[in-house]
Design a protein around this ligand. Structure first.
Ligand code: HC0
Ligand code: SF4
Length: 576
């Protein structure tokens, strides 16, 4: 360890600790805009300079390791003045559009300006005229608002390994954009939205589609059905100052009804359905040689996009099962519509997702129109739902819990854990044993597939087979796994795994690009994941095949899992 002083307070920290973190330990917050706990520090914004007693240097606290015996001064009038000037310069290069900006109230630059009490900007304004990029269905890039902190570029390159964004231009004119000034939809972007979740200001954000849902609600000719994704229930509360991980499912259902929607469904129901379809697919591939092993999950649209772009040789390995969101959408416009005597045209189906890529998935190909109409008309992020609730004057805290509507609303614990990394795998394992052997597995939980390691693997005995499974989250963790598969294939060896789960975002959907702005650190992720497993534990049923409404939908409507009708409505295909 190393002993240092921060503003006169002694503190002992492990060797290699950075000044910023040592200061945190004694309750001192050094301002910074480029720093993010998910990313390597790279000293871009210059706000975190500190003084070292006896030295003329002003090291940047985010990137500089403490030196044994050093005495640091983090705040004094002189440092404050330098920082204030830095913020003023940023403000001169930033449009004064707080009142109409989606980040107003959560913007880190706004907070910084408020904290420094800046009342005027003593520099000439120099805002480049660069048009907004609205080329993808998911995100809007507004380079005028960019403060060149670099977080989006780092997250896109380091965490996601996509390299859709880079820095263009130099000095004050530096802006994050796709290479060569291309549009986002011409870049390799997979629409995961992690850039938007990490941007401290309003320079990258989800495409707001709240108006479309509100218009449908007001349209007397539309019957509006809304589904909510697994991960929404453990994060929406944060937008209402509840702790991360607090389960607010019943309040969300109630809020949707107050907004005027006609039917409230749960994507978790379709997650149970996905397990029946994907589980059956796995068993058929394993026992009947009906397709390639390993089977790879396909419910994450950013992962599908990435795979089609970079691993199209893996297409035969992909599960053809649609994502739960799309399954829920098609059932809403067929099975549910029929039960109400409505046509698919009369239904408006919306989804609330933790994800920006789901906006793109809704209309990605013809299979997403299996009901004859677009099965999910619009997909909104958790952040958009929070705004709708706030702007409608609904006091979220005072809502009482309500239930989802039948017959496609009830879910099991297996459906809910889809929201966490490893959850789809665990849900599948809970049912695979039953599908293979006809008997229930002795235990419900599979602790080996849980956790936050970027790549995890486990062996699970299912009947006579030792199933080898692997899980990856955060796209940067996928490459090794896919290369391992390619190598085994090329060498004619047995595949290293039977079943692989991939989620594009670190932690899984609980940390999707459309979730409430948090510091997005692993602490928040773990709190949300704990909420997901709590929801699982308190569920009456915990295996998808035990969901009585899943049995009913097969009996009444779909026939057998992987049967003809199920294939027509619930499966899809991929194109390189
Ligand atoms: Fe997910 Fe999903 S688990 S992708 O992370 O499979 O977005 O929450 O809704 O569709 O269920 C997201 C979350 C979903 C889907 C489900 C899957
Ligand atoms: Fe990169 Fe994801 Fe943002 Fe696209 S959405 S630019 S892939 S971080």
């Amino acid at each position: 360890t190393v002993k240092v002083e921060i503003n006169g307070t002694a503190v002992e920290v492990p060797k290699g600790t950075r000044i910023l973190d040592a200061a945190k330990k004694v309750g001192v917050k050094i301002p910074a805009l480029c720093v993010h706990p998910d990313l390597e520090p790279w000293a871009a914004c210059g706000l975190c300079i500190v003084k070292v007693e006896g030295s003329p240097k002003l090291p940047r606290a985010c990137a500089t390791e403490v030196v044994d015996g050093a005495k640091y001064i983090t705040h004094d009038p002189e440092l404050n003045e330098v920082r204030r000037t830095t913020v003023e310069m940023m403000l001169a290069n930033h449009p004064n559009e707080c009142l109409t900006c989606g980040r107003s109230g959560t913007c880190e630059l706004q907070t910084m300006a408020a904290n420094f009490g800046i009342r005027e900007i003593p520099f000439d304004s120099r805002i480049p005229e660069i048009a907004r990029d609205e080329s993808t269905p998911s995100l809007v890039l507004d380079p005028r608002k960019c403060i060149s902190c670099g977080r989006c570029v780092l997250v896109c390159q380091q965490m996601q390994d996509v390299w859709a964004l880079e820095f263009l231009n130099r000095g004050d004119e530096t802006r994050m954009m796709p290479s060569g000034g291309a549009l986002l939809n011409e870049s390799p972007c997979i629409k995961c939205g992690q850039c938007s979740a990490h941007c401290p200001v309003g320079a990258i954000y989800e495409k707001d589609e709240t108006k479309r849902l509100l218009e449908a609600i007001r349209d007397p000719d539309k019957h509006v059905a809304v589904q909510i994704a697994p991960a929404v229930r453990v994060a929406l509360g944060e937008a209402f100052d509840l702790p991360a991980g607090e389960i607010t499912t019943g309040k969300i259902y109630a809020a949707l009804r107050r907004l005027g929607v006609d039917a409230v469904f749960d994507t978790n129901f379709a997650a149970d359905l996905t397990i029946m379809e994907e589980g059956t697919e796995l068993v058929e591939r394993l026992t009947k040689g009906n397709g390639e092993i390993p089977l790879i999950t396909s419910c994450c649209p950013s992962w599908v996009d990435y795979m089609e772009k970079y691993y199209d040789d893996m297409i035969p390995h992909f599960s053809t099962a649609k994502s739960p969101m799309m399954m829920q959408g098609v059932l809403t416009k067929t099975y549910y519509a029929e039960s109400k005597g409505l046509s698919s045209k009369e239904i408006f189906s919306a989804a609330i997702m933790p994800c920006t890529a789901k906006k793109f998935e809704c209309s990605r190909d013809v299979n997403m129109f299996a009901s004859g109409e677009q099965d999910v008309d619009v997909s909104l992020t958790t952040r958009e739902l929070a705004r709708m609730i706030k702007s409608s004057g609904i006091d979220f805290h005072s809502l009482s819990d309500e239930d989802a509507d039948a017959p496609i609303g009830a879910y099991t614990g297996a459906g809910t854990i889809f929201g966490a990394t490893g959850g789809v795998m665990e849900a599948a394992l809970r049912t695979a044993h039953y599908l293979v052997t006809g008997n229930e597995h002795a235990g419900i939980t599979f602790e080996d597939v849980r956790g936050m390691d970027g790549v995890r693997s486990a062996e699970v005995q299912v009947g006579d087979t030792t199933l080898r499974v692997a899980i990856a989250h955060g796209i940067a963790n996928v490459r090794d796994l896919m290369n391992q598969l390619r190598e085994a294939k090329a060498a004619g060896q047995e595949p290293p795994f039977h079943f692989i789960e991939v989620m594009a975002c670190r932690g899984g959907c609980i940390s999707g690009g459309g979730q409430p702005y948090a510091t997005s650190s692993d602490e928040t992720r773990e709190q949300r994941i704990a909420g997901i497993y709590k929801d699982d534990e308190k569920s009456e049923f915990r295996c998808s095949h035990h969901n009585p409404f899943i049995k009913k939908v097969y009996d009444d409507f779909l026939g057998a899992p992987n049967g003809k009708k199920a294939h027509e409505l619930l499966h899809t295909h991929y194109t390189p």
